[in-house]
Ligand binder design. Structure first.
Ligand SMILES: [Zn+2]
Length: 98
């Protein structure tokens, strides 16, 4: 291993102390969680869509209901030309394989 895993060890210690109530206050944690939830509810960014792209494309090729399974990916593909081009290329490649 080229690097010692100090950041990971530090994060684990912080998490454990948080569980004992000496770390992050529960109000602070709730605010962070709420912030994340709002971000995820609103829309995905390109990186998130890219991570789900293969799965999404497979679902489409299987005829799954992507509008209810991955609505945010579908939504993003309608807005983002870059991701849509990548998606269409993937879909084409998948259809050729099938
Ligand atoms: Zn995008």
């Amino acid at each position: 291993m080229p690097f010692p895993d100090h950041p990971r060890r530090k994060a684990k210690v912080r998490h454990e102390s948080g569980q004992r109530g000496t770390g992050l206050s529960s109000a602070g944690a709730a605010r962070i969680l709420r912030g994340l939830a709002i971000t995820f509810e609103e829309e995905y960014d390109c990186a998130q869509v890219e991570r789900l792209m293969a799965e999404y494309t497979e679902m489409v090729s299987r005829g799954d209901d992507t509008a209810s399974l991955l609505p945010l990916v579908k939504y993003h593909l309608q807005l983002c030309l870059d991701c849509r081009e990548e998606y269409e290329a993937l879909l084409r490649a998948l259809e050729i394989t099938i």
